[in-house]
Design a protein around this ligand. Structure first.
Ligand code: PHE
Length: 338
C-alpha cells in the first residue's frame, strides 16, 4: 500500500510539472509548502503518531519536502531561462559590435593645456583679447613707431576700417593693464596673424602664449627663473636654456630664448622658442595715458613679458616637420596624437 505521503508527492510533482507560468507555480508552492500547506500539515500530524512510526514517517516526510522543493526550484529556473531568452530573442549575438571611435585632442590643444597648467602652478591667471585689434593696441601702445617694418602692409592684415588682425598676442598685455592696476600676473594664449609666405615653418595664422608679470622689484632674474622652470617642465629636467640679447620695441632689455633638450632632435641643436624682456617704461606710460591715471608708474613698478610660439613648441615636442599639418584636418596625422 502506498503511504498517503507518497501520494502527496506524486500530486505535487504532477501539479508542478503542469503549472503553466510563475504565478501558477507559486500557487502550487503555497498549496504544498506554505504554512498551512499539505506538507506542513503532515509535520503537525507527526506529533500524534505512535512512537515507532515517527522515524519512518519523519524520514519519508523529509524526502517528500526535499523532492517538492527541488522540483519547484527547477521549474522556476525554467521560467526564468525562458524569460531571459525571450528578452534577447531578436538580438543576433553573433553580429560583430560597432566599435566606438576614440577621440583625441589636437596637438596644439595638448601643448596649450600643458603650458597653461605649468603657468597656473606659478600663479598666472588667464587673460584674453580679440583677434581683430586696433592699431594702437598692436603697435602704438607697444612703443612701435609708425615707420616700424612690422606695420608695413606687406606684414600685417589690415581691415578697411583701420583695424587689423593682431600680429602678436602682446596686444593682451595692454588690454590686461588697461583693465587692472598692478600687481598683475597673466598669460594670454591665442592666435596671431602675419602676411608671411606660407611654407613648412610659416603660416598666416599661428599661435602664441603671451605672458606678463608686473610687480614691485620684478627683475631679469624673475624672468629667467620663470621661463627656465616652464621650459624644463615642458621639455624635461635635462633641458639647457640659453638667453640671447635681442631687440623688441616694447621690452628693454630684450632676449630670445633657445632650448637644447634630449626630447628635441636628440639634443643636437639649439632651438629658438620665445621672445621676452623687461617691459619698456614707454609701454607703462602709454597704458597710463589710456587709463587716465598713473597706476603703472614706471618708477614704482617693473615687469617682464614673453611670447612663446605654441605651434613651434608642438612641432619641436612632437617632432612635426610642417606647420601646415596643424590646419589640414588630415585624420592620418591627427590620429597619431590619440
Ligand atoms: N610679441 C613678440 C613676438 O611676437 C614676442 C614678445 C612678447 C617679445 C613679449 C617680448 C615680450 O615676436
Amino acid at each position: 500500500m502506498t503511504h498517503p505521503l507518497e501520494q502527496l508527492r506524486a500530486d505535487a510533482l504532477r501539479d508542478i510539472a503542469s503549472a503553466e507560468d510563475e504565478r501558477l507555480l507559486e500557487a502550487v508552492r503555497i498549496r504544498f509548502l506554505g504554512r498551512s500547506g499539505a506538507v506542513s500539515e503532515w509535520s503537525e500530524k507527526m506529533k500524534s503518531l505512535p512512537k515507532e512510526e515517527k522515524p519512518i514517517v519523519g524520514k519519508l516526510l523529509n524526502e517528500v519536502r526535499a523532492a517538492v522543493t527541488a522540483a519547484i526550484e527547477a521549474r522556476a529556473d525554467e521560467f526564468r531561462a525562458a524569460r531571459e531568452s525571450a528578452a534577447v530573442a531578436n538580438i543576433d549575438i553573433s553580429l560583430p559590435g560597432t566599435p566606438g571611435e576614440k577621440g583625441a585632442l589636437h596637438p596644439l590643444t595638448q601643448i596649450l593645456d600643458r603650458s597653461i597648467s605649468i603657468f597656473r602652478r606659478m600663479g598666472f591667471a588667464l587673460a584674453e583679447g580679440p583677434d581683430v585689434e586696433t592699431e594702437w593696441h598692436c603697435f602704438d601702445a607697444l612703443n612701435t613707431p609708425p615707420d616700424h617694418p612690422a606695420r608695413n602692409e606687406q606684414d600685417t592684415f589690415y581691415l578697411r576700417d583701420g583695424r587689423l588682425l593682431r600680429a602678436h598676442t602682446s596686444t593682451v598685455q595692454i588690454r590686461a593693464m588697461q583693465a587692472a592696476a598692478p600687481p598683475i600676473r597673466v598669460i594670454a594664449p591665442g592666435a596671431a596673424y602675419r602676411r608671411d609666405e606660407i611654407d613648412a615653418t610659416h603660416s598666416a595664422q599661428f599661435h602664441q602664449i603671451e605672458g606678463l608679470y608686473v610687480d614691485e622689484k620684478v627683475s631679469v632674474a624673475d624672468l629667467k627663473g620663470t621661463l627656465e622652470f616652464f621650459l624644463r617642465e615642458l621639455f624635461g629636467a635635462d633641458t639647457a636654456v640659453r638667453f640671447r640679447p635681442h631687440y623688441f620695441p616694447f621690452t628693454e632689455p630684450s632676449f630670445e630664448i633657445d632650448v637644447k633638450s634630449k626630447a628635441v632632435k636628440g639634443g643636437e641643436q639649439w632651438i629658438e622658442v620665445c621672445g621676452c624682456g623687461m617691459v619698456h617704461p614707454a609701454v607703462f606710460e602709454a597704458v597710463n595715458a589710456a587709463r587716465g591715471d598713473s597706476a603703472y608708474d614706471p618708477e614704482k613698478w617693473t615687469g617682464f613679458a614673453f611670447g612663446l610660439g605654441m605651434d613651434r613648441l608642438a612641432m619641436i615636442l612632437f617632432d612635426i616637420p610642417d606647420i601646415r599639418l596643424f590646419a589640414q584636418n588630415d585624420l592620418r596625422f591627427l590620429r597619431q596624437f590619440a
